[in-house]
Structures are given as C-alpha cells and as structure tokens.
Design a protein around this ligand. Structure first.
Ligand SMILES: [Fe+2]
Ligand SMILES: [Fe+2]
Length: 170
C-alpha cells in the first residue's frame, strides 16, 4: 500500500507528465502552422511519450493500492518566437521534470518506500536521455542559424534515438 505522501507526490507527477504532453502538442501545433513539419513531427512524438509517462504513474499508483487522479491542466503557451526558443523552453521544462523526479526519489528514501524507488529508476534514466537529446538539438539549431532551418527541419527526425522510441510502452 502506498503511503499518502508518496501517493500525493506521484499524483503531482501525473499532472506534470500530462502538462508536458500538452505543452509539446502546443509547440508542435505552432511548428506545424509555421512550416516546420519535421519539428512538429518530433514534438508530436515527444508528446506521445509524455502521455505514456503519465500513464506509467497512473497505473503504478493504482497497482499499489493508491488512487490516481486526473488533474486539470494549465494552458500552455501557443506562440513562440522561433524554433530555438521552442527548444530552449523544452530543455527548461525537462530540467524542471528531472528535479521533480529527483524530489520523488528523495521522498521514497525518506519514507523507505523501496518499491516506488525502484519504479522511479526508469524515469531517472529517461530524464538523462531526454535532456541530452534536447541539448543536442539545441546545439544544432544554434549551429544552423536562421538560413538553414529548412535542412534542420528535414533532419531533426533522425535525431530521435531508437532507444528512446523503444521505451514508450506504459
Ligand atoms: Fe516525461
Ligand atoms: Fe520528457
């Protein structure tokens, strides 16, 4: 049985992963409307992964005798200045999520909840990969500059690692 404190912080993560998914759909939608179909495809795939992260938490909470609660999600931004700004925001958000996962890990140690601690290890690894992949993309965006965005947009999908794609089951 999950302790209430752990259940609550896991539900907080349900909200954060759900918001991540909506945020990336909002960014994908902006990219699609501005001619960046590759960037949009990357973000739509990322949004799907975030939805699966949310589901992993929902199912884990319920499996351990807790109650997963679907939250209201705040409205993400709809306008962005540039593709670079989008990925700067993605990185900032992923760093926020990494901290959030780390806070849950810390609580599980405090509460001696080793099952949840074990469940979280997948997310710990996932966050390292996600931050690294977004940093790579951001480096490339800065490298190509405004003039070569067409090529960047065409190539971005090749930056999705097969390892990340394989890890999307809830
Ligand atoms: Fe996530
Ligand atoms: Fe993420």
């Amino acid at each position: 049985m999950l302790k209430k404190k752990v259940e609550d912080i896991c539900n907080r993560q349900v909200e954060r992963e759900g918001f991540s998914s909506n945020l990336y759909i909002a960014m994908a939608s902006w990219a699609e409307n501005n001619g960046y179909s590759g960037v949009a495809a990357w973000l739509y795939s990322q949004a799907d992964e975030e939805r699966l992260h949310m589901l992993k938490f929902v199912r884990y909470i319920n499996e351990r005798g807790g109650k997963a609660v679907m939250p209201a999600l705040k409205k993400p931004a709809a306008e962005f200045k540039s593709v670079e700004e989008v990925f700067r925001e993605v990185l900032k958000h992923e760093e926020f999520v990494t901290n959030s996962i780390n806070e849950i890990v810390a609580l599980t140690l405090e509460e001696k909840d080793f099952n949840t601690h074990n469940f979280l290890q997948w997310f710990v690894t996932e966050q390292v990969e996600e931050e690294a992949s977004v940093r790579t993309i951001l480096d490339k965006v800065r490298l190509v500059g405004k003039n070569n965005m067409y090529q960047f947009d065409r190539d971005i999908l090749s930056l999705r690692t097969p390892a990340t794609a394989a890890q999307t089951k809830p």
